[in-house]
Ligand binder design. Structure first.
Ligand code: ZN
Length: 69
């Protein structure tokens, strides 16, 4: 039995969510790293709502200037 290539439909769906998850954590930034891990784990678990929220956390973390905290 051959399986028809239905995965293309899934890829389109993932693509729509994919760009929301594409935020790149800044190397060495702890908050970004934490969000990235959360995002990956949520995405693996299929929890797109949590994954998007974590990606948004990275996005909302501003890196335009350095602050010594
Ligand atoms: Zn950050």
């Amino acid at each position: 039995m051959t399986t028809p290539p239905r995965y293309s439909e899934d890829l389109v769906e993932l693509d729509v969510d994919g760009w929301l998850l594409e935020e790149t954590p800044v190397p060495g930034c702890a908050p970004c790293g934490t969000c990235a891990v959360k995002r990956d784990e949520a995405a693996k678990a299929g929890d797109w709502k949590a994954a998007c929220a974590a990606a948004r956390g990275i996005r909302n973390h501003r890196h335009g200037h350095r602050e010594s905290v």
